[in-house]
Design a protein around this ligand. Structure first.
Ligand code: NAP
Length: 438
């Protein structure tokens, strides 16, 4: 047998948490396995680098765990390789024993209301990738126009965005937020940020720690209308009851804050569903329909309010970006799969598998379970050639692959350019990243 054909070869598309946890689980279970982690960017770590808010450095530190996996002898990182451009899924399937989609779901879900296409409306993916220095959004230059900004959604992504929009440069000085984002945030004229939930506080999906951070911002005071807070409530799960009690208690504290106590206000609005975005050539407002709950569902009350805002940011979830030959599930939030299995030899992990839910740690168990299924499915199957054939294919197409050493050079360049107190100054264009390799 040709040397190298003894090993199983797995290609993982996407180098975020789900992909790395899957790689680690495969390596642990099969010391002979060979894994190629492919990413379209020269930089690894997916949402850890470009989705997690810059002021959540503790969360971002999980990259250290992934770097250890990347440095295993069994693992290669192939950055700057785009599946769909440099190589197709079908080609990967033909040369690897298993191909794993770990590429997340990256399309902003739409509100589906009039005015959504006006300039001044942005999706959360674009905004968070912009302030995090993702090269696709370097040139976004969003207009953060006052007097208010509406952020639609009551999840942790909405909370991240309202917090970053509300912080001062001093508060962000120890983070890796991009200079251009901070400059924009400081130079914009908005005084009010509105986080808009279509249901009530007890139905919100943000978590207590994240909500509490909103009460500790230097130039922005969090305010809530006490009329939106329940006197009492009960949910079936006792754990959930405790969690929601903490949320409501925190909101009750915010409801006593003086709105004039700081230069900017963050309004936590509930029972408000967007029905129209107003403006002729740019957003000038958003019309919200009041809601009440029927069971867990929001139903319109018929009463509308207009918020005067110059920018609307939707943070209402994500949809899968279609990938040639891989069916998207009919609800759009992930790829069609059964417990991670898409078809023989093709698998999904992370958001590509289950849709945009869960925290980074959720992927550990989830990816490990899929890794076990992959290995079970491979038992007794004749191994394919893997890396060798992919390398030949990429070379024939002139692809400029950035390996993990290459990433470490980019990393060193970013760390070397860090302003005082900050962990790094990110390179935000592909060109600058590739230049750092020279
Ligand atoms: P999410 O938690 O599912 O929240 C989405 C929000 O959008 C919900 O409040 C939802 O309201 C609302 N929404 C959906 N469609 C809407 C519409 N048409 N009109 C108005 N509101 C609408 O999702 P996410 O915030 O994008 O977060 C994704 C995952 O990443 C979550 O698991 C989250 O916890 C995680 N994450 C964690 C952190 C952290 O740990 N710090 C940070 C960021 C993200 P309904 O509930 O009424 O549907």
């Amino acid at each position: 047998m040709v040397r190298g054909l003894m090993h199983r070869h797995v290609a993982i598309i996407g180098s975020g948490p789900a992909g790395f946890y899957c790689a680690e689980a495969l390596c642990k279970a099969d010391p002979e396995i060979r894994i190629d982690i492919i990413d379209r960017l020269p930089t690894p770590y997916g949402l850890v680098r470009s989705g997690v808010a810059p002021d959540h450095a503790g969360t971002k530190n999980v990259w250290r765990v992934f770097a250890r996996t990347a440095k295993r002898e069994q693992v290669r990182f192939l950055g700057n390789v785009e599946v769909g451009r440099d190589v197709s899924v079908a080609e990967l399937e033909s040369v690897y024993d298993a191909v794993v989609l770990a590429l997340g779901v990256t399309e902003d879900r739409k509100l589906g209301v009039e005015g959504e296409d006006l300039p001044g409306v942005y999706g959360s993916r674009a905004i968070s990738a912009w302030y995090n220095g993702h090269p696709d959004f370097e040139g976004l230059d969003p207009e953060l126009r006052g007097p208010g900004i509406a952020v639609i959604g009551n999840g942790n992504v909405a909370v991240d965005i309202v917090r970053v929009l509300s912080r001062t440069p001093e508060e962000m000085a120890t983070t890796d937020v991009t200079d251009y984002a901070m400059k924009k945030i400081v130079g914009s004229d908005y005084t009010d940020v509105h986080m808009v939930g279509r249901r009530g506080p007890v139905q919100a999906s943000f978590t207590t720690a994240e909500l509490r951070e909103l009460g500790d911002m230097r130039q922005t005071v969090a305010v809530v209308d006490p009329a939106h807070l329940p006197e009492s409530f009960s949910v079936p799960d006792p754990k959930q009851q405790k969690k929601m009690e903490k949320i409501v208690d925190t909101l009750r504290e915010y409801s006593t804050n003086d709105p004039a106590s700081k230069p900017r206000r963050l309004h936590l609005r509930f029972f408000s569903s967007p029905v129209r975005i107003l403006g002729d050539d740019h957003v000038t407002g958003i019309e919200l329909m009041g809601t009440r709950l029927e069971g867990d569902r929001a139903v319109p009350t018929g009463e509308t309010t207009i918020l005067e805002v110059g920018t609307v940011i939707t943070a209402i979830g994500y949809l899968a970006k279609p990938l040639e030959g891989v069916p998207v599930a009919k609800w759009g939030t992930c790829f069609e799969n059964q417990d991670g299995h898409i078809r023989d030899g093709l698998w999904a992990v992370g958001w590509a598998k289950r849709g945009p839910s869960g925290v980074i740690a959720t992927n550990r168990k989830d990816s490990t379970e899929v890794a076990e299924r992959i290995l079970e499915a491979l038992a007794g199957v004749e191994p394919k050639a893997g890396a060798r054939e992919l390398d030949a294919l990429l070379a024939s197409r002139g692809a400029r692959v950035v390996d993990f050493d290459g990433w470490e050079r980019i990393d060193a360049a970013e760390i070397g350019a860090a302003p005082e107190g900050a962990p790094r100054r990110k390179l935000t264009s592909l060109q600058a990243m590739l230049k750092a390799l020279e």
